[in-house]
Write a protein that binds this ligand. Structure first.
Ligand code: SAH
Length: 569
């Protein structure tokens, strides 16, 4: 390890460069201006910083860094910005040094165009770089990235060898999962075993193993490490796949154990004696039970997070260890798509969709995001009324170790699929909920600012909620003087509820109360109207509409609906 931090050094020589450097330093918490002559500044920054941004001509920058360059795997990433900040060019250390990402970041803040010249570099392909990156995969030494990447980009068959299914996301079509391929085809291997895999291959180590460790007071780091390594080697398991050590709580401050974890670059999970004692293990010990209150530390701790024991207890003089393999957890992304416009699809939703092997949703929603799906993504469209089925299909995919996105319009947590999916989901899948802009928020933006004070939403659909309950809520909203957004206001077969709702609100709000009617917000067929409670005609409203009824303070100013916060009164 070098003494480098993640700090980005900013080095400028001209007035414009200094201004841009100061701007970055002001808005990036991890950036620092290095002053003095560029040569002196660079000399200080080189050993300290993970990234360097020059505000200099490339020629000057190249001359400055030339004597310092050593190894692309360890040198900092270097980005060069021209005096007018038109371009942010990744000059050196594009991949390992992070210069490509840094150039993108600079470009975003300064409004420059990022210039990245490594894109067609055959030793890296997006698929290999990002493969399992969000799952903690680590590349094994001796991997032959160049051969695999060359096959990937040229469309030749690449074999995916993986005993277990991981939620790695969609793969290019020329990647064949555990199938029959041409002899000699390069392979992407995902495994925690040390085996002779077919070559050439890139071997990814998933963080699948947990090593349970027990020890007497004062056991040394060296003894613990050597016991762990010996056990792993003996069982043919990869050290890079060890995600954590595990032990009993009374060992929380055991110096040798903590030092061993630090040396391996992982953490220790501690469990109480009671938690460990509750697990059935192959090799319990009465001596241990008397000492720490559980008949097993190593084996029980290895199994405590639901792991299967793959290496039984092994002992050295002062320590014991056992190895467990954790179950794979699939990923369910609950993805909000916003009201309609592409520009209102959250960036996190785009990311989740690109990471999903499978997308499940109503046809019209899936159609809206097809262009955001990677090639090879499976799509399941299930019609209205099949809500439970949609949730089940998505969960089944996640439970079998896949990565799947369930999509809804607006916000998936608002009258949408997140609730049924999470009612059904167990603790065996990882769930990420991506928030989005709701119909009510979209309508409000188009109307002005009707939600400026306390507000609520009421769905007028009595499919799953009784009219008595809905009426009670509208009455309560009326009594509380809430601004109300009515969802599902009126359908072909259900046409009287909005009229009733209007009646209830008219009981405590004047007929002049402003009402916004927004249909198909942020879609091509968008319609926005402002009327008042007295004139609201339910027949002007359908299921693609949200109706926002103001409170007693809501006004229309310059054609915009505004609910005051109280500053101006
Ligand atoms: N999850 C969605 C709500 C789905 S319920 C959200 O957060 O917005 C379906 C109801 O939402 C429709 O009947 C309609 O009342 C409203 N709705 C959804 N999208 C809309 C849009 N683009 N414009 C107006 N209303 C919309």
């Amino acid at each position: 390890m070098t003494g480098r931090t993640k700090t980005v050094a900013l080095i400028a020589a001209t007035a414009n460069g200094e201004r841009n450097a100061a701007h970055l330093a002001g808005v990036w918490p991890d950036a620092e201006v290095y002053t003095g002559s560029p040569r002196d500044a660079l000399a200080r920054a080189w050993g300290e910083c993970g990234g360097i941004v020059f505000f200099l001509a490339t020629g000057a920058a190249v001359r400055l860094i030339a004597p310092l360059l050593e190894d692309k795997r360890t040198d900092p990433g270097v980005v060069c910005v021209d005096d007018a900040a038109r371009f942010a060019l990744a000059l050196a250390g594009g991949h390992d040094g992070g210069a490509n990402a840094l150039a993108e970041r600079v470009a975003e803040t300064l409004g420059s165009a990022p210039v990245v010249t490594t894109a067609s570099d055959a030793t890296h392909s997006p698929a290999l770089d990002s493969f399992g990156s969000n799952l903690g995969f680590r590349v094994e030494e001796g991997s032959e990235a160049a051969a695999v990447a060359a096959a990937l980009v040229s469309g030749k068959e690449v074999r995916l060898v993986s005993e277990r299914r991981y939620p790695v996301g969609p793969l290019p079509e020329n990647v064949v999962r555990n199938g029959v391929v041409a002899p000699g085809a390069p392979a992407i291997v995902v495994s925690d075993r040390r085996e002779d895999f077919p070559r050439p291959a890139v071997v990814y180590r998933p963080p699948s193993l947990v090593v349970g460790v027990g020890c007497s007071r004062g056991a040394s780091e060296a003894e613990i490490i050597s016991l762990i390594r010996g056990s792993l080697v003996g069982a043919g398991l990869a050290e890079k796949s060890v995600a954590a050590l595990a032990s009993v709580k009374v060992k929380r401050d055991e110096a040798g154990l903590l030092a061993a974890a630090e040396r391996l670059g992982i953490s220790v999970r501690f469990y109480s004696s009671e938690e460990l004692a509750a697990l059935e293990v192959p090799n319990p010990s009465e001596v241990v039970a008397d000492a720490v209150g559980t008949p097993s530390v190593a084996e029980a701790a290895a199994m405590a997070c639901g792991s299967e024991l793959v290496v039984e207890k092994r002992k050295s003089k002062n320590a014991t260890c056992a190895v467990g393999r954790m179950p794979v957890r699939g990923r369910l992304y609950l993805v909000s798509l916003g009201p309609g416009d592409d520009a209102l699809i959250p960036p996190l939703a785009r990311e989740a969709l690109a990471r999903s092997e499978s997308v499940v949703g109503l046809k019209q929603y899936v159609e809206r995001v097809r262009h955001l799906l990677r090639s090879g993504t499976r799509v399941t469209e299930l019609p209205l009324g099949k809500e439970i089925e949609r949730a089940e299909v998505a969960l089944e995919e996640a439970r079998s170790g896949g990565s799947v996105a369930l999509v809804s319009s607006g916000d998936i947590g608002v009258y949408a699929m997140a609730s049924p999916a999470l009612e059904l989901a167990g603790d065996d899948v990882d769930v990420t909920v991506v928030p989005g802009i709701t119909a009510s928020q979209s309508a409000a933006a188009l109307l002005g600012s009707p939600l400026g004070h306390d507000h609520c939403s009421v769905s007028l659909s009595d499919l799953l909620t009784s009219w008595d309950a809905i009426r009670g809520r509208i009455e309560a909203a009326a009594a509380g003087d809430f601004v109300v957004s009515f969802y599902n206001p009126r359908s072909k077969g259900r046409d009287w509820q909005l009229g009733k709702a209007r009646e209830i609100l008219l009981g405590s709000r004047p007929p002049e109360t402003p009402v916004g009617i927004v249909r198909d917000a942020y879609r091509l067929t968008q319609e926005v109207r402002i009327t008042d409670l007295g004139s609201l005609r339910p027949e002007d409203v359908d299921m693609l509409t949200v109706v926002v009824v103001g409170n007693s303070q809501t006004v229309v100013r310059a054609g915009r609906m505004v609910t005051p916060r109280g500053y101006l009164t």
